[in-house]
Write a protein that binds this ligand. Structure first.
Ligand SMILES: C[S@@+](CC[C@H](N)C(=O)[O-])C[C@H]1O[C@@H](n2cnc3c(N)ncnc32)[C@H](O)[C@@H]1O
Length: 255
């Protein structure tokens, strides 16, 4: 037993940190009591079909405050913009546009860089918050974001890949939102782990509704959609509702 423990310790020293992190995340997600599996998983369909199913649930003509964290070349943002018909909706893309702030799996820091260029989406409803999430989100929430969130249905799309990027976003949104639609793009790793840790630490809940998985990979969920209830609206009997009162916080490091 002691020999086995020592062997494991030594193996862990040599295994790449990000591989270990992925294994640990996967283990936590599989055993989680706060992350239940969604009742339905679409298999072998392109991502846009999955987005359209969610769009039908949220409402194609709903007045959305759609916030995407991790935009890159704008593929998913573009699709959400084109699928929503409400002229009052707002779509905000948060990204450094300089790529990942640190290594993620086999992708080095800077992967996904588009050298600061925002996607060219010709629609006045679209805006960008350029920079690291922990530099842009709070000032945005305290300013124009607070106005944008009033009276609109919040949809949050987490696609920054990294655990700490997701954790920052979820914990900051907790301070302003009661209930919101949440899409997690990478459900086998850091993003789902950030949801797990956020729900556990804050006592919030997540009702999973739909997943998408790759054909033939039966157990691994790719993307998951559901509704987060932060618990803040319980006293007011709120449904999907927001209250904007974020404070700007000091900036430091990447998230
Ligand atoms: C997988 S890509 C996004 C893909 C995109 N949603 C699509 O439709 O193709 C991840 C993006 O997250 C951004 N990102 C990750 N962490 C970030 C952070 N902490 N602050 C700002 N941007 C971040 C990267 O710059 C990258 O563009």
């Amino acid at each position: 037993m002691i020999v086995l423990r020592e062997l494991c310790k030594n193996l862990a020293t040599f295994a790449p940190t990000n591989t270990m992190e992925t294994w640990c995340n996967y283990g936590v997600i599989r055993r989680s009591s706060v992350l239940r599996p969604p009742p339905e998983a679409m298999s072998g369909v392109v991502k846009t079909k999955y987005f359209d199913r969610i769009g039908d649930v949220v409402g194609r003509d709903a007045n959305l405050a759609y916030m995407e964290f991790g935009v890159w070349e704008g593929s998913s943002l573009r699709h959400w913009v084109s699928a929503n018909t409400n002229p009052q909706s707002r779509f905000i893309g948060f990204d450094s546009f300089l790529g990942l702030p640190q290594q993620w799996r086999r992708r080095p820091a800077g992967y996904f860089s588009v050298e600061g260029q925002t996607p060219d989406i010709d629609d006045p409803r679209v805006g960008y918050q350029i920079g690291w999430f922990n530099q842009t989100l709070c000032p945005w929430l305290a300013g124009e974001g607070g106005e944008i969130l009033k009276g609109r249905t919040p949809v949050v799309h987490l696609d920054g890949d990294l655990f700490h990027s997701g954790l920052y976003v979820l914990t900051r949104l907790h301070t302003v939102l009661d209930r919101y639609h949440l899409l997690i793009d990478n459900y086998s790793g850091g993003e789902a782990r950030s949801l797990h840790d956020y729900l556990t630490a804050y006592g919030a809940s997540f009702e999973p509704r739909l997943a998408r998985k790759r054909k033939g990979v039966s157990r691994v969920l790719g993307q998951v959609y559901g509704v987060v209830d932060t618990g803040r609206g319980a006293d007011r009997g709120a449904s999907v509702q927001v209250e904007a009162k974020a404070e700007a916080e000091p900036v430091g490091g990447h998230a």
